[in-house]
Ligand binder design. Sequence first.
Ligand SMILES: NC(=O)c1ccc[n+]([C@@H]2O[C@H](COP(=O)([O-])OP(=O)(O)OC[C@H]3O[C@@H](n4cnc5c(N)ncnc54)[C@H](O)[C@@H]3O)[C@@H](O)[C@H]2O)c1
Length: 342
Amino acid sequence: MEQILISEASEILIGRGVPAPFLPVRSTRSSVAVLAQPGARAAADRAVAAIQVGGVLATSRIVPDGEAVKTLTAAGETYEWLADLGIGRNDTIVGIGGGAVTDFAGFIAGTWLRGVEAVYQPTTLLGAVDAAVGGKTGLNLRGKNLVGLFRHPSRVVIEIDELEQLPPHLLQEGFAEAIKAGFIADPGLVDLFDRDGPDADLEQVVIRAVRVKAEVVAGDFRESGRRGILNYGHTIGHAIEVAAGISHGRAVAIGMVAAAAVSEQRCGFRGAAKQRALLDRLGLPVVSPEVDPDDVRRLIGFDKKRDAGGLRMALLEDFGRVTLEYVSDRDLEVGLAAVGLA
Ligand SMILES: NC(=O)c1ccc[n+]([C@@H]2O[C@H](COP(=O)([O-])OP(=O)(O)OC[C@H]3O[C@@H](n4cnc5c(N)ncnc54)[C@H](O)[C@@H]3O)[C@@H](O)[C@H]2O)c1
């Protein structure tokens, strides 16, 4: 079993059949409230059984699926449930499922009684390599994640056996963020995908991708600088996600193709063709679906990563070497053209 420390108070455990993983984080606690997605019902049942073996009372609640949970309404209902259960200061809130539920559970844990312990078990690959790592929690309002906290869970438990059961489309979602971690900081991770494509050893993929994110986050928790490198592929990708209504992982893959073209132009990056072939081999799209390029341009203008100095993008100098650069509209056009949005 691999342990990655985010801080002294926050650890990530990655392995197969991690034994009774939820115990003991805090010895004094007496009750655990488990919030689980419908797709993670079986994992939640196993967690409840494991927690109860330790003599701690555990109760689970299936919450709305996907983004439907990241609402003030679902939060209000969950607070009422926690009150009924009598969840107190020394108790723990566990989130089991994809990134939507770990974002939600982290927010609930951070606000209930001004903050109780949070533990996550991500059951999607995207959740494991991205959402559950880094301490961002959130609910959606009129925009995504407009309400939230920066707060690490005390433990994240990643069960590789569980992730290996995922259907291909959910694996692909996670591959996009996992290989991104390789592109920006770990050429060895790129090599893993280069050798074995979608059959790459999932345990190694998760360990290496989590290490990259954990290391970046440890140096810049509140995203005031270096954490921006994790946005590689997201500036143009996020705009395409919104304009075309496609999933996040697929949009990031297209965004990385665009960012590689800008990197080639601005930083002399020579791996754009290889990157494109790798993404394609993983079953990810490398050109944009048909959308109005002006919609994408407008959405990039609204991108939250734009600051007073202009738009900053994470660009590659080489696999594993990334830099944050201000880009011009002309640079952006090169990226858009590379994914068919001229
Ligand atoms: N906090 C962060 O830093 C961060 C980073 C990236 C993404 N996110 C958030 O993560 C969310 C996306 O995460 P996601 O892609 O995991 O989506 P998701 O949480 O919506 O889950 C996707 C689907 O997978 C199903 N599912 C979960 N576990 C399963 C399993 N073991 N087998 C089969 N199906 C299963 C779910 O029920 C759901 O229908 C978004 O809300 C996004 O904002 C947060």
